[in-house]
Write a new protein. Structure first.
Length: 205
């Protein structure tokens, strides 16, 4: 795993969910996500994947939701509150993450392209517009739907965490505080510690 990607890989999302609900889990490390064996579980050759005694699935949002619903935590019982939590999970992945990733793709993965410097202003402006919308929706609340931390917050903070080395949250103090609250949760800290430890594990692990 490249050094710059450590701490950002999407296995952090289910790890965090497992820690929040108090569910033990096992990790199977792989050497090549593009190999045919892994593509049996993840057709796009990405990580993470998830298996329990009933399902085998991929996509971090689906995995986090499975973990939460199986434990009966992070998803409110009230039907309206439940749907609001799910809407924020979907919003994190569909309305916010594409803008975060556009900056990462432009400034990291395609930084050597002749047009990347010129495009930087546009992708950052687009992202800041979306962050402004999100900050307005958050307002003075602790979490997106008020006092309860849900799967929507877990996913949104995971997405916004992708900006931690960019300084782009400095203009959005409420969002910066929101991310800090999430990342200060004991479950998040334990998940990150375990995530980072995998990079120090022996190659044969």
């Amino acid at each position: 795993m490249p050094e710059f990607a450590r701490g950002f890989v999407r296995d952090m999302r289910p790890r965090w969910a497992f820690e929040e609900v108090g569910q033990p889990y096992a990790v199977n490390l792989i050497a090549d996500s593009k190999c045919p064996e892994h593509r049996r579980w993840q057709p796009f050759g990405q990580v993470p994947t998830y298996r329990d005694d009933e399902v085998a699935i991929f996509e971090s949002g689906a995995i986090v939701l499975r973990i939460a619903e199986r434990a009966g935590k992070l998803v409110p019982v009230d039907p309206a509150a439940r749907m609001r939590a799910l809407q924020w999970l979907a919003a994190a992945l569909n309305s916010v993450e594409p803008f975060v990733m556009a900056v990462a793709v432009n400034d990291i993965f395609e930084a050597d392209r002749e047009w990347s410097k010129a495009r930087h202003v546009k992708v950052v402006d687009d992202l800041k517009t979306r962050l402004g919308d999100l900050e307005a929706a958050l307002g003075d609340k602790a979490w997106l739907d008020g006092d309860a931390f849900t799967v929507g917050d877990l996913m949104m903070i995971s997405v916004l965490g992708g900006l931690r080395r960019t300084g782009l949250l400095r203009d959005f103090p409420r969002l910066a505080s929101y991310v800090a609250r999430g990342e200060s949760r004991p479950a998040y800290r334990k998940a990150m510690e375990d995530h980072m430890a995998t990079f120090d594990a022996p190659a044969s692990a």
